[in-house]
Ligand binder design. Structure first.
Ligand code: ZN
Length: 444
């Protein structure tokens, strides 16, 4: 055994139920055994090579950030509030032109934010795989969804070739060259635990042809495919009729829209009804549709039919001043609802507790089904599930994966819901966290 960890409270990553007085035994990347009820009364020594006796503490599945853009982290606090998305976009495009050293420094800071706030896995939308080294150095389980875009379908092949070149350069060749036997000195360059996926940007910016190339690869190889959908009302107007502020926004990137009169369909109709049909199964947790802020009745029916993962980014949502997110309708569809932070260009932080707190004040999920003004335990629990075990499902993380975050719980807690409320209300310190069985944070 590599680790023996004793805590007073443990939330199971599959059932999400609470156990008391638990010793976890971790072997390699997995939780090998969970001993409950104080059956081992003696010391932990002898159970494993390394021991953590943490006393009054809550061990739970680590947070999964299901949507961020780490390569925009250098724009933290640089972008004014109150911009509409089509006004914000050009600011971000200009920000991407800043020096690579600045972008790398932003990513390093961002990954530290993730680790220090109990995040153990991340789905990062990445234009150039720039976050690879920092994520590997800090040991975070990650999928880099390689972003491609282009409105002109005749350029789809070229866009996909750029993604393929990136994969060859950053992933396959590194593994071939160094392999598992490369030794400690060369280990950081092996990027173990980091995989790639695909991310066609959004229906307003990306052609059907490029979506098809991405989806063919993602579904053919069993990888994540993630895309932005139904984020703004202006986007929907452009897709339906070719009009509104998105037309000049897109034309400024050299796209000829003179003959474009819209697709006559909204974003989720294009994706789930028209463009992605051949690949969709009854359940599609590896297809992560981000935002879906303006999903309509017909969309909920399609979401229910195909059950993708749907990602809400509560603080970025508030940054852009969108209508309340359709939490209740989305949960009702049976889709795998997950949470993300989006980028630091539209958020103040990357901590998932901050996203849950924002979700509870945003009007979408409060006062909850019981009608109470205080946070509804059912709602709080479902938000924690969205931020942990639902994210694991989207990223195909195994049930016994040792991806865990351990928080101080000074006053104890009588129930799971009380423990979760304490995390929200008391802001206790993160004592330790594991990603893939590796200790990636430890505060004591
Ligand atoms: Zn995004």
């Amino acid at each position: 055994m590599d680790y023996a960890v004793r805590v007073s409270h443990y939330i199971d990553p599959v059932t999400f139920e609470l156990s008391r007085d638990v010793i976890l035994l971790i072997a390699g990347e997995h939780v090998a055994e969970v001993i409950t009820g104080g059956e081992v009364s003696g010391g932990l020594a002898g159970l494993a090579k390394n021991t953590l006796d943490l006393g009054d503490a809550l061990c739970m599945p680590g947070f999964v950030n299901s949507h961020c853009h780490l390569d925009l982290s250098h724009l933290w606090r640089q972008v004014p509030h109150g911009l509409k998305f089509h006004e914000w976009g050009p600011v971000i495009m200009a920000g991407r032109m800043l020096p690579p050293s600045m972008i790398a420094a932003g990513i390093e800071d961002a990954v530290r934010m993730l680790v220090s706030s109990g995040t153990t896995s991340v789905l990062d939308i990445s234009v150039g795989a720039d976050s690879l080294d920092a994520l590997a150095r800090h040991g975070l389980r990650s999928v880099l969804a390689l972003e491609s875009l282009g409105f002109d379908g005749t350029r789809a092949e070229a866009a996909m070739q750029r993604v393929d070149a990136l994969i060859r350069d950053k992933f396959v060749l590194e593994r071939e060259r160094l392999g598992k036997d490369a030794g400690e000195a060369a280990a950081p360059a092996t990027h173990e635990g980091i995989d790639y996926g695909f991310s066609p940007h959004a229906t307003f910016s990306t052609s059907q042809q490029l979506y098809e190339l991405n989806m063919g690869r993602a579904f053919g190889e069993g990888r994540i495919c993630t895309t932005h959908a139904a984020e703004t009302t202006e986007e929907e107007e452009f897709l339906l009729h070719g009009t509104g502020p998105y037309a000049p926004f897109i034309a400024q990137f050299g796209v000829d829209l003179s003959s474009f009169k819209g697709y006559g369909a909204r974003s989720l109709e294009l994706l789930l009804r028209d463009w992605l049909g051949p690949w969709l199964k009854p359940e599609n947790p590896n297809l992560v549709l981000v935002h879906c802020n303006y999903a309509r009745e017909a969309d909920f029916a399609m979401i229910s039919q195909h059950k993708p993962s749907i990602c809400w980014c509560p603080r970025s949502h508030a940054f852009f001043g969108h209508d309340p997110w359709p939490w209740a309708q989305m949960v009702e569809t049976g889709a795998n609802v997950v949470l993300g932070t989006d980028s630091l260009a539209s958020n103040t932080g990357l901590d998932m507790l901050g996203e849950i707190r924002q979700a509870l004040v945003s009007g979408s999920v409060s006062p909850g089904s019981s009608g109470k003004k205080v946070p509804d335990p059912v709602t709080v629990t479902n938000l924690f599930k969205a931020a942990t075990i639902n994210g694991r499902k989207a990223m195909s993380i195994l049930a016994d994966a040792a991806d865990l975050a351990i928080w101080a719980l000074p006053g104890g807690a009588k129930s799971r819901d009380e423990a979760l409320q304490s995390l929200l209300a008391d802001n206790p310190p993160l004592l330790a966290s594991f990603s893939r069985g590796r200790l990636i944070a430890r505060s004591i």
